[in-house]
Design a protein around this ligand. Sequence first.
Ligand SMILES: *Cc1c(COP(=O)(O)O)cnc(C)c1O
Length: 373
Amino acid sequence: MKIPLLDLKAQYATIKDEIDAAVAEVFASQMFIMGAKVTECEKAVAAYSDCSFAVGVSSGTDALLVSLMAENIGKGDEVITTPYSFFASVGSIVRAGARPVFVDIDPQTYTINVNEIEEKITERTKAIIPVHLFGQMADMPPILALAEKHGLVIIEDAAQAIGSEDCGKRAGSLGQYGCFSFFPSKNLGAAGDAGMVVTNDHKRTKILASLRNHGSEIKYYHQLVGGNFRLDALQAAVVSVKLSYLDRWTAARQENARRYDRLFNQSGLVENELVLTPHTRATRHIFNQYNIRAFRRDELCQYLRENEIGHEVYYPVPLHLQDCFSYLGYGEGDFPHSETAAKETLALPVYPEMTSIQQEQVVSTIAEFYAAT
Ligand SMILES: *Cc1c(COP(=O)(O)O)cnc(C)c1O
């Protein structure tokens, strides 16, 4: 039986009527730019994230970029983040004109190692972008304390972590900015590209709202130079429908993760150190990815491919080793935990509609690979 990494068709089948009706409503109105659907979606996502305000934008990438722009971060400034993330976490810093400064990850959680941040802070440092990778929040209290001490802005990259929680706080609600992506493969996915910035700051909300619309509050009068970073009404309508299902989907992902943990333990693979299951530190991990570490990972990938089991390597090349960032002067060995993770980690299907039989098949196929070699 073929098992996909993610089954959006299965998800759509369960909510088709509601999605189709919401989309039809937008078509009937022919109001595609801004309007009630966007405002409604912003209110719902802000409330879901324990934030006062939200500004819908065109993607998670643009959420990061517009947050940096709202702080006037650019040439001569430094922004601290990790090299083990999706490209956009760092690409947005460079596009804003600033210099990314890397801090290695904690090898257990894949989030920023909070003990190595302070030594990287200089008088040019303006912000920290903690990435809540795979659905688990970074260890925020020490990061907030450092930001307070050094007068830095926190922009949470919560693209993979909507609804995740730690110490009673939701992802996106702790920093000055929380950035979400509604890319279709995220836990709350649109029908294309979309994103949002959440914040508790009224002044920042006004600036973000202006910047996403060419820096203009009144049409054809521009206070700032922004861009076209607007959230489409169609995407907002889809996201609003899906948001009401998100807690159910999250619960299913969490249950699938626990079942994998159990199956891997029972299989002996963990005991024999062939597979390492994910470590949960934060109080609410939403499992955007269930990421194992696997011995002889690349050969295992090949075996899974042959057996038609969906999987993905997030991410094969840490960002400090990307060609386009070679000018930063980093090299192999500079961030050993990120480099090792890039060689060892492997994401397995954990989507909500997955069955226990499918999960058993994933684990038994992995066990077969190690038994045969
Ligand atoms: C997906 C993602 C982004 C970018 O979001 P897009 O909507 O694809 O632009 C940024 N950061 C992280 C960690 C992501 O996973």
